[in-house]
Design a protein around this ligand. Structure first.
Ligand code: MG
Length: 380
């Protein structure tokens, strides 16, 4: 059962290249399946979330993060009677454009690209599905439906929006995307806030005592402690985190249902011209902010994470500068893209091809590439 304001695959605004519809799968199911079979999706397994991929086998990667986002988003989509397939497609694709080394990699690449239009991972996710995947005989990219592409592009500057055609329009008109897209955006935040607590505790960089200063954590901590006073610490942490996620979802559903009812939206068109409807309550937003600040100060800026961040910057910058200086150091395929782009669009075009190549690297590939180019004793 789906609500009238849910995205409807039969009324999709379509794909860039016309394709015959499938007898067995909806347009959004096809989008999801194309994403799962993409090269960029497989690479997510070896890309950092917070911890660099080889630091430990139990930490989140971009892949497990995307699957967690999809789980949270789909369960809420079902309650709100939205389109689960579209929600899943957006969730699985939302981080396809992420660089190696997490945010450190994105910041470094953005710095490198300053004179060439900058680099933004969210925009890059769209670029991956629109252009960079080369799998189909008839087109570049995955030729996804408008609704999935709209959901992938969470934010965008006005300058970029003007160059993006259909998916850029809503930023110019100041409109909202589908409820499925709004939901996936919030599910992303719920997922990373909570799994970063879990990974942070596992790594020993943050402690339960520190986290007890955070309202969202301490409420559940007290409840678990009271109910299971002798529970071992690892189970205790899991109990706390799953309850935290549960209470966030409950609040999100309740607040969003209220917003949808108050706005009286009946169709996806009305959703687009309304204000954002999938939201957490004011109180939860405030508490989440406290949690985010805590994670920033104590985990993302922890000196051990910072040291890795610094190294990531150096690797990305060195690769970018060297490739820009000498195209011939790129693998042949990228070399030919870079040469064509250089002829057509000058240095800016060439820089974009290099950014695409670096953004597509996994953590390990980037480290190896750096070693091959700058390490002694290895030529190839
Ligand atoms: Mg994400």
């Amino acid at each position: 059962m789906k609500a009238s304001y849910a995205a409807n695959p039969q009324q999709s605004l379509g794909r860039t290249y016309l394709e015959r519809s499938s007898n067995s799968r909806s347009e959004f199911q096809r989008d999801r399946d194309r994403i799962i079979h993409s090269t960029a999706f497989r690479r997510l397994e070896y890309k950092t979330q917070v911890f660099v991929n080889h630091e430990g086998d139990l930490y989140r990667t971009r892949l497990t993060h995307s699957i967690e986002v999809s789980q949270i988003a789909r369960s809420v989509a079902r309650i709100l009677q939205l389109d689960e397939d579209l929600t899943e497609a957006i969730a699985l694709a939302h981080d396809l454009g992420h660089t190696p080394f997490g945010h450190a990699g994105q910041d470094a690449l953005n710095t490198c690209m300053q004179s060439f239009g900058g680099f933004e991972h969210n925009l890059q996710s769209l670029r991956v599905v629109d252009h960079l995947e080369k799998k189909y005989a008839d087109f570049d990219g995955l030729n996804l439906s408008f609704e999935t592409r709209e959901g992938i592009l969470k934010h965008c500057s006005l300058k970029n929006a003007k160059q993006l055609g259909d998916v850029g329009l809503r930023f110019i008109k100041k409109q909202q995307p589908s409820l499925e897209a709004q939901l996936t955006n919030i599910a992303d935040q719920i997922a990373y806030n909570h799994h970063d607590i879990d990974d942070g505790l596992r790594s020993g960089l943050i402690s339960v005592e520190q986290l007890c200063e955070i309202e969202l954590f301490s409420i559940q901590y007290q409840k678990v402690k009271q109910k299971y006073p002798k529970l071992e610490i690892t189970r205790q942490i899991h109990e706390i985190i799953r309850r935290m996620i549960g209470s966030q979802i409950k609040d999100l559903v309740k607040t969003s249902q209220k917003n949808i009812a108050n706005a009286g939206v009946k169709t996806i068109e009305e959703v687009r011209t309304s204000e954002a409807l999938i939201c957490s309550s004011e109180e939860i937003i405030k508490q989440n902010q406290q949690l985010k600040n805590f994670l920033r100060q104590n985990l993302y800026y922890h000196h051990k994470v910072y040291r890795m961040t610094r190294k990531a910057h150096q690797i990305i910058e060195a690769l970018f500068d060297t490739f820009l200086e000498d195209n011939r150091l790129l693998p042949p395929e990228h070399q030919s893209y870079a040469n064509t782009a250089l002829q057509k669009e000058g240095k800016t075009g060439q820089a974009r091809i290099i950014a695409d190549y670096i953004a597509g690297m996994t953590d390990r590939y980037a480290i190896n590439e750096h070693h091959k180019l700058f390490g002694y004793g290895e030529v190839f």
